[in-house]
Design a protein around this ligand. Structure first.
Ligand SMILES: C[S@@+](CC[C@H](N)C(=O)[O-])C[C@H]1O[C@@H](n2cnc3c(N)ncnc32)[C@H](O)[C@@H]1O
Length: 284
């Protein structure tokens, strides 16, 4: 059996649409171009090209997993973040667009400074630290740290993909437990979802993304509070901590920063107007 690329596209699009996949056109393109190793433009130009049974089976195999709920990023082992293409698998959170706020704020706060020491805490795929590194003109030294050995394997692949191994160190650690130095900037997107909200998440997140990347104790603020409290010993004078927070946590976390003596507190909103990150300066 063979089909033309146009026929394959039409069939896959129809299947994904009927299963209420949000962007059926985009995902059809992504899956076909992944299996055929062709750019989207080439698929369009070569729409009469014939696709043979073996290739069709590979495509159908991915589509079957997709309609069962596996996120497309895990199927294709790639996700875009801050215009960079990261390797991902189901040991790491799929990078979210709102997290790009951390990269923007981090780069803004140290943009003209040389010899900066940065910690990407709870780094997962490494997307935050790597994007900061790529954006900054004066290249910093970055420590990437996560509790999950499997996540750090993914991070290592990305450090190699973006050729920043020389300027980076990987440390497996439960938050600051094994971090024995100080930093000018700590950036962190920790788990911050409370268990109740976790149960209501859509299936493709709840069933496929790692729970330890999402859920925290104390109504979701457990990791955040520990990070704020313990970061004081890990920041140089005037060092900055930037954390991502949950949609309903800004008042509580802002107060917590104040209670622990941080200054210059800035609450940052994402593109939907949700208070999504907090940056604060540490002064003794
Ligand atoms: C929300 S994900 C963020 C991943 C990545 N920074 C991003 O923004 O896409 C949180 C990460 O924290 C890690 N994590 C969870 N508990 C931790 C702990 N106690 N210490 C260090 N890392 C932890 C998880 O393994 C996961 O990779």
């Amino acid at each position: 059996m063979t089909l033309t690329l146009a026929e394959v596209f039409k069939e896959i699009f129809k299947t994904l649409k009927s299963k209420q996949i949000e962007n059926p056109g985009l995902e059809t393109n992504m899956i076909i171009s992944y299996v055929l190793k062709m750019s989207n433009e080439k698929i369009f130009i070569q729409k009469e090209r014939r696709v043979y049974k073996k290739t069709l089976n590979k495509i159908y195999n991915l589509i079957n997993k997709r309609i069962k709920g596996v996120p497309v990023a895990y199927l294709l082992k790639n996700a875009y973040f801050y215009s960079n293409k990261f390797f991902v698998n189901n040991n790491v959170l799929i990078p979210r667009p709102e997290t790009e706020l951390l990269v923007e704020q981090a780069c803004e706060s140290i943009k003209n400074k040389k010899d900066q020491q940065i910690l990407d805490l709870c780094c997962g795929s490494g997307c935050v630290g790597i994007s900061i590194y790529r954006k900054l003109q004066h290249k910093p030294q970055i420590v990437f740290s996560d509790i999950s050995r499997e996540a750090l394997r993914v991070c290592k692949k990305n450090l190699m993909r973006f050729r920043i191994k020389k300027n980076s160190t990987i440390i497996q650690s439960d938050l600051f437990h094994k971090i024995n130095k100080k930093f000018n900037l700590i950036v962190c997107n920790p788990p911050y979802i409370n268990y109740r909200d976790f149960l209501n998440l859509e299936k493709s997140i709840k069933n496929y993304e790692p729970k330890k990347a999402l859920v925290s104790t104390q109504n979701g603020t457990g990791h955040l509070k520990k990070i704020i409290k313990d970061s004081k010993k890990k920041l140089y004078e005037d060092g900055i901590l930037i954390v991502e927070i949950g949609y309903d946590q800004s008042n509580e976390i802002e107060d917590f920063f104040k209670k622990h003596g941080f200054n210059d507190i800035v609450v940052l909103k994402d593109l939907s107007g949700i208070k999504r990150a907090i940056s604060a300066k540490w002064k003794k």
